[in-house]
Design a protein around this ligand. Structure first.
Ligand code: ATP
Ligand code: MG
Length: 182
């Protein structure tokens, strides 16, 4: 079984901005710079032949590149925050690309959870045992990062990532890359 997700790698300048935004993080595990990404769809664990079908379907996706920027910060999980994230500012193209990826997954007979898609870049992951004090400090931290933003940048493609969960967090490896504008 291979655990995968479809995501967009980020340009170096954006990675530097995200790293700067993590400074002073009061609790939780900061995402390593090489791991920053914008998830298009979490695929989950599937046998290799299913992932090969997914790859072929992803490879058939066409479309033009487009601009987005990152802006704002927040926490997923209100009482029990699980993720500190940077927000994404985009036009309709990002949602359309996500929809193409969802259709590609369907074509490979991978049913995806029908949940709302909230584009974001994870800055830090928070343990379930977070104390109320740490949670309060994180809310303050997120509030101080409300003005976070990056310059607009161009999404030129996306990738299929293998995610290997480990004691020191997940290790991601791009299995295939799919350029837009091809
Ligand atoms: P860990 O789970 O050890 O904290 P991780 O979340 O980085 O590590 P994965 O769980 O493999 O690694 O997730 C890969 C990507 O998919 C991450 O961007 C994660 O936020 C996203 N993701 C994981 N599970 C889901 C889910 N159920 N729904 C939406 N996105 C998910
Ligand atoms: Mg996870």
């Amino acid at each position: 079984m291979i655990r995968t997700f479809v995501g967009i790698p980020l340009p170096g300048a954006v990675v530097r901005d995200l790293t700067a935004a993590q400074a002073g993080l009061p609790a939780g595990r900061a995402v390593a710079p090489e791991n920053f990404h914008l998830t298009l769809a979490f695929i989950g664990e599937h046998p290799e032949p299913v992932i090969e079908d997914l790859h072929l379907a992803l490879d058939r996706i066409t479309g033009a590149g487009f601009q987005v920027s990152l802006a704002g910060a927040g926490l997923f999980g209100n009482k029990r925050p699980r993720v500190l994230y940077a927000g994404v500012r985009s036009g309709p193209e990002l949602g359309r690309l996500r929809e193409k990826v969802v259709q590609a997954a369907r074509g490979a007979e991978i049913p995806l959870a029908r949940e709302r898609y909230t584009p974001h870049v994870t800055l830090a992951r928070l343990n379930s045992g977070l104390s109320p004090e740490d949670a309060a400090e994180l809310r303050d931290f997120a509030a101080r990062r409300a003005g976070f933003s990056t310059a607009p940048f161009r999404i030129e493609g996306f990738a299929l990532f293998r995610s290997t969960l480990g004691r020191n967090g997940a290790i991601y490896e791009a299995l295939a890359k799919y350029p837009l504008d091809k």
